[in-house]
Write a protein that binds this ligand. Structure first.
Ligand SMILES: NC(=O)c1ccc[n+]([C@@H]2O[C@H](COP(=O)([O-])OP(=O)(O)OC[C@H]3O[C@@H](n4cnc5c(N)ncnc54)[C@H](OP(=O)(O)O)[C@@H]3O)[C@@H](O)[C@H]2O)c1
Length: 283
């Protein structure tokens, strides 16, 4: 699919950068070029030739969102910004692709389905849930609900590779369970939904493969990196015991992928994509 008719917002984030690689001819704008919290700017943009917005813009600092300042930003970007894009999509008759998070759930249930009621624990999840509600009102929307995103930017895999290179044996939580989502896979799913003209709505998307803990993933990263380092398991409660202001985290992030699979999309196994990612990082 060509990107000529696509506007990518938040183009310099992890997902935005991956989208730019896929859709080289898309109109890609970063936060300075287009601030999604400004409705007037959005409405007055030249929309000629654009029929789809892919919103990769977000406030993603889950702990920052728990501060007074961060709470404002999270709600401005993830709730108001999404609502602004929803409004402009309705006004200009555009398709809106928006990204949600498993943080809209409290994690008490395993194997999240798309229609699970919202139960966000922290400010980030609350503001993302508010964004989903607005986007869900637009006639032509795809909400892709994802988890544990890994791409070009600051992320868990890079942090662990960095610790490993410095010979640090980390203590890592083993009670938060989920699957990684590589941005390449997220982009592939977006492109699939758009090109196959699948029914509008919400779709879970992560890589496939077993549902594991952050500690398990760290062991795999070290093994792939040929690093002989110990990973000590801990609980989320224990890990954050002396760290005030940390956002509550859902313990179950694993998502049911059957809806997106029913459209003909097969998510790749996270083990394979992790291997490729680690090899690239170390080369
Ligand atoms: N990262 C995860 O583990 C994770 C998990 C589940 C869901 N998600 C969702 O996946 C999506 C992509 O996440 P990501 O990891 O790619 O995020 P990211 O790397 O943090 O990128 C977000 C981008 O949004 C931009 N942005 C912030 N405020 C903006 C504004 N007002 N207007 C326009 N752009 C703005 C940021 O630009 P500046 O840097 O200039 O502010 C940044 O480039 C988000 O919707 C996120 O909520 C992420």
């Amino acid at each position: 699919m060509s990107g000529q008719n696509i506007l990518i917002t938040g183009a310099n984030g992890q997902l935005g950068l991956a989208l730019q690689q896929k859709y080289c001819d898309a109109k890609a704008v970063d936060s300075k070029e287009l601030d999604i919290t400004n409705l007037d700017t959005l409405m007055n943009l030249d929309w000629s030739g654009i029929d789809t917005i892919i919103n990769a813009a977000a406030y993603t600092n889950v702990d920052g969102a728990e501060t007074n300042e961060g709470r404002v930003s999270a709600w401005q970007v993830d709730a108001t910004g999404a609502a602004n894009l929803a409004l402009v999509s309705i006004e200009k008759d555009l398709t809106l692709v928006h990204i949600s998070s498993e943080y809209v759930f409290d994690g008490s249930l395993e194997n999240h389905k798309e229609d699970e009621p919202f139960t966000p624990l922290g400010v980030y999840g609350q503001s993302k849930a508010a964004g989903d509600l607005s986007v869900g009102l637009t006639p032509k929307h795809y909400i892709l609900r994802t988890s544990w995103v890994i791409g070009e930017g600051k992320n868990f895999v890079r942090t662990m590779i960095d610790l490993g290179k410095r010979g640090i044996s980390p203590t890592v939580v083993d009670d938060q369970k989920g699957r990684l989502t590589f941005t390449t896979e997220l982009v592939r799913a977006i492109d699939h939904l758009l090109t196959s003209e699948s029914d509008y709505g919400t779709y879970n998307i992560s890589n496939d493969g077993d549902i594991v803990s952050w500690a398990d993933i760290t062991r795999e990263i070290f093994s792939l990196s040929n690093l002989d380092l110990q990973v000590t398991n801990t609980s989320t409660e224990e890990y954050f015991k002396d760290k005030p202001g940390i956002a509550p985290r859902p313990l179950n992030s694993g998502m049911n992928l059957s809806k997106v699979e029913s459209t003909g999309f097969s998510p790749s196994d996270w083990h394979e994509d992790l291997k490729e990612y680690v090899n690239k990082e170390l080369s």
